[in-house]
Every structure is written in C-alpha cells, then in structure tokens.
Design a protein around this ligand. Structure first.
Ligand code: NAD
Length: 358
C-alpha cells in the first residue's frame, strides 16, 4: 500500500529542492502518493494568502508532509507561513539532528548532536505591540501596574509565554527520541537564572519528566554557557532540549558546526502528524538556478521515511547522501572540493538516487 504524503514545494529555491527530494525518496522503491500543494509568495496573487486552506487540509488528511522553504516577506503584514503551519497543526516538537559528514567542510569533526526545540510558544507566540501605538502604551502601563517595575516610555512590548503543558510534551519527545535512538543523555537548555518564572518553569518541567527515564542521564545548562561549551567540547553533549527561541538559535549554531544550513535537516512533530523541512530558508537570490544544495531536504526525507516506518529505506538514503558527498564528484558548488567542478541541484539528487536504487 502506498503512503499518502503532502509535498509543499514552497517558494524561492523550494520547488527545486522539493523535486530533488522527491526523486531520491521515489528511488527507494517505497510507494508514495504525493499530494502536491503550493504555498508561499508565488501563490499569494491566486489565493490572496501565502497559506491557502487547502494546504493545511491536505496535511490534516495525509498526516505527513515534507515542505520546501517559504519566504516571509518583511513588512507585508503576513506572518511566517512556516510558523503558521507549525501552530495550526500543533507541531510542538522540532527535531534538528546535527551530524558531521565526511567531505563537508567544517571547523569541527565528529559532531553528533540532536536539537529538540519547543515549537509553539515562547517569544514566537506572536504577541507584540509596536512602539508608539496606543496598545503598546496600554500594555506598558498594565505591566508596570502588575509588576511594580518601570518600562521605558515608547517601548515596544513582546510577551514570552511558557507553559508547563508545552514544556513537558517537548521534553518528553526529547527523552522518547533518546530512548528510541539509543542516545545516552538529555540536556535542558535555559536562562532560568534570569527568567525565573518562564525558563524556570521549562526547567522544572524538564527535571520532572526526566524522572520517568532513569536510564537516560539528565542535566541542564544555561544557554550562554551552552553555546561556549558547544564550541569547546561538543563531544560531551548528546540530545539538547530547548524553548523556542534558544532552540532556533542554538540549532543554527549546531548546523554551522556540521558545515552549514545546506546539510541540516529538520522535522516538526505533533501527536500523530509531522511536517519535515530543512532548516534553511528560501534563498531567493538562487531561485530557479538549479544551484543550491538539496542535502538538507533530502535528509529531512530520511527523517520522514523513519517516521513512516521505513527505516531500511531511510538508512539507504542516508548512506547514499554520505557516499555522494564523500566522493565529491556530483555535489553542488558549496560542497565541491577546492578547485573541483560542481553539479546542479537535480544532478546531485540524481547521483544520490542512483546509489539508493543500486
Ligand atoms: P536562507 O536560509 O534562505 O539563506 C541563508 C544563507 O544560506 C544564504 O547565503 C543562502 O544562499 C544560503 N543557503 C540557504 N540554503 C541553501 C542551500 N540549500 N544550499 C546552499 N546555500 C544555501 O536564510 P535567509 O536569507 O535568512 O531567509 C530567506 C527567506 O527564507 C526569508 O524570507 C526567511 O523568512 C525564509 N525562511 C524560511 C524558512 C522555512 O521555510 N522554514 C526558514 C528560514 C528562513
């Protein structure tokens, strides 16, 4: 029986990396019925929104999607489609593995970290008041009254909600992932020394959830110290679980450690539903050039195949990607060894696909 999967092609370089990923996943022989949906700036004129209802309807039906990146136009009034998809489908845990690969240039080697980021709340909840507006002034005065602390007049105000419910389910996801994947340790990352109630609640929830996983070591680190430690001794860490904002930043840091956004995959998981996507954005300057690296979305496809219950096919794709990159012959410009020629997005995908099918 074929699996139904929604393929959201995205915009910018999205359609190119989406097609490359489809090529490789299809080469595994796992039967997939692709429901192709478009979202992003390219559909705004037709649908009046970058996220037409039909896209979410399709994912609600198939329960599994893989998506290309989508541009967030600055100052257009549209919030991020990516954030909207995660919130609408309650995809609360964002998984971002960062594993070194031979042949990818990086200052680090042998990095093997897994980032689990809370995906639905924190400073990303979208409750902000613009400086100079009546609402900002009202919010400022209200906060001053409640807290007894002063906020400078004319300030913009943002709200950082952190709940026990969302913290617990994300930390639980991190521990379940650790258990299922033979990982030894989970580190909760926070700034609870300063944000005692918000990050404090995240940490408290993490400590409590950890008690149900006695075989997995648990510890916590303050986020600034964590960044320094990752630069100095990444081998001491394994699975990291973080609130939304720190997770966003630290996962870019760990992507940098394995050679950049071009090779960093991701998956967003809810209860019985998941959307897989690369960490990188839509890189508009490269759109339509068949130039960018498709690895990140292809490796997101590996996460998807595992989620579908096809670990053998997932492993074949993973090994094919590693082999093609290590050989360095059919790789995009950013991966080509110094002085060597490079190939386009689709040609790299074709090289991976032929190893997958072999
Ligand atoms: P970006 O990831 O698009 O680009 C950052 C840098 O990485 C650029 O130099 C780009 O050329 C390079 N890069 C990105 N992907 C690459 C790839 N596959 N191969 C080789 N090089 C690659 O980030 P940005 O410029 O900050 O954002 C562009 C747009 O994408 C923005 O509108 C942003 O909101 C959006 N965005 C979307 C997502 C998503 O869809 N999940 C994530 C991040 C950013």
């Amino acid at each position: 029986m074929a699996y139904s999967v929604t393929l959201i092609r995205g915009d910018g370089i999205g359609p190119e990396v989406a097609k490359a990923t489809q090529t490789v996943v299809d080469a595994t022989g796992v039967k997939i019925d692709w429901a192709i949906e478009d979202a992003g700036v390219d559909v705004m004129e037709t649908y009046g929104t970058p996220l037409p209802d039909r896209v979410l309807e399709s994912v609600r039906k198939t329960k599994v999607a893989i998506k290309g990146p989508i541009t967030t136009p600055i100052g257009s009034g549209f919030r991020s489609v990516n954030v909207a998809i995660r919130k609408e489908l309650d995809l609360y845990a964002n998984l971002r593995p960062a594993k070194s690969m031979q042949g990818v240039r990086s200052k680090f080697s042998d990095v093997d970290l897994v980032i689990v980021r809370e995906n639905t709340e924190d400073l990303y909840s979208g409750i902000e008041f613009q400086a100079g507006t009546e609402d900002a002034e009202k919010a400022r005065k209200f906060m001053e009254e409640l807290s007894g602390k002063s906020i400078r007049e004319g300030s913009a105000i943002g709200i950082k909600p952190i709940s026990e419910f969302c913290s617990r389910r994300t930390v639980k996801f991190a521990f379940d992932y650790a258990r299922e994947n033979g990982r030894k340790k989970v580190t909760a990352v926070h700034k609870a020394n300063i944000m005692k109630f918000t990050d404090g609640l995240f940490l408290e929830s993490a400590r409590d959830v950890a008690k149900s996983y006695p075989e997995i070591e648990f510890e916590d680190r303050i986020v600034d110290n964590m960044c320094m430690q990752l630069m100095q001794k990444p081998e001491l860490y394994d699975v990291l679980v973080l609130p939304n904002l720190y997770g966003d930043i630290v996962s870019d840091l760990t992507s940098g450690m394995i050679g950049g956004l071009g090779v960093a995959p991701g998956g967003n998981y809810g209860d019985g539903i998941a959307v897989f996507e690369a960490i990188h954005g839509s890189a508009p300057k490269y759109a339509g050039q068949n130039k960018v690296n498709p690895t990140a979305l292809i490796l997101s496809g590996v996460l998807m195949l595992k989620y579908l219950g096809e670990p053998e096919a997932a492993m074949r794709v993973q090994k094919a990607v590693e082999a093609v990159i290590a050989e360095g012959k059919y790789v995009t410009y950013d991966l080509a060894p110094a002085g060597a020629s490079s190939v386009g997005t689709q040609e790299m995908a074709d090289a991976i696909a032929s190893k997958v099918a072999a």
